[in-house]
Design a protein around this ligand. Structure first.
Ligand code: ZN
Ligand code: FE
Length: 240
């Protein structure tokens, strides 16, 4: 139903291109830059109709203007960050529904990395685009929010269900895994995943998307059992 393509850009960003065949719509999630995204769409014969942003950071919105100029697409993003993203056409907040063709996605408020950060959940496709909130074995830094908010975000995202594919915006997995094994050295799922990630990165392979099931088993931030524990782990990772 949805065809999802990963485009690696800059040093470690992933831009996601999502094509809905029935309507012919094509969506870009968090375009850090424009040129590789336009090239990928062109190569596939897809016309970009929408951009969805998760938060205001330049490595998530930097391609907005140029992609819009090239395609005439509509840009949707967080109402709470409208003043920081000058290119938005449609402003959304938690609970709102957005559509790619007839496929609906629900907006989820996940403040903490930035104050107005949102995620987009395609329930029927079991897919969520989470920007810089949840990473493979990691979570976003708390630039504009608190550990309590990030703890709540982990609860909201794990509630999407084990089979939900998680499309995050960075390849941070190896660094996250190195930290995670120091937090839970006896977690056998984590030990196994760490080895898999090392091998994947040595081959030059991407390690995302991940899933909620994998994160519930191996992510020290999703697995933190209290706000305080998440805060301690976040501070330790920041200092690592
Ligand atoms: Zn960010
Ligand atoms: Fe980012």
């Amino acid at each position: 139903m949805l065809e999802i393509v990963r485009i690696p850009v800059l040093s470690d960003n992933y831009v996601w291109l999502v094509h809905e065949a029935q309507s012919g719509e094509t969506l870009v999630v968090d375009p850090a830059v424009a040129a590789p995204v336009l090239a990928e769409a062109e190569a596939r014969g897809w016309t970009i109709t929408q951009i969805w942003n998760t938060h205001w950071h330049p490595d998530h919105v930097g391609g907005n203007a140029e992609i819009k100029a090239a395609s005439g697409c509509i840009i949707t993003g967080p109402a709470a960050e409208a003043e920081r993203i000058s290119t938005l056409d449609v402003l959304v907040r938690g609970g709102d529904v957005v559509q790619l063709g007839d496929v609906r996605a629900t907006v989820i408020d996940v403040p903490a990395h930035t104050a107005g950060h949102i995620a987009y959940h395609f329930e029927s496709a079991h897919a969520a685009f989470v920007g810089d909130t949840l990473f493979a074995m990691g979570c976003g830094r708390l630039f504009e929010g608190t550990a309590a908010q990030m703890y709540d975000n982990m609860r909201k995202l794990e509630a999407l269900g084990d089979d939900t594919a998680i499309y995050c915006a960075h390849e941070y997995t190896l660094s996250n895994a190195r930290f995670a094994v120091t937090v839970e050295p006896d977690n056998v799922d984590l030990t196994r995943r760490f080895a898999e990630v090392v091998a994947a990165r040595e081959r030059g392979d991407a390690t995302v998307p991940t899933t909620i099931a994998l994160e519930r088993a191996t992510n020290p931030f999703m697995r933190a059992t209290s706000v305080e524990q998440l805060a301690v782990r976040r501070a330790a990772k920041d200092a690592a």
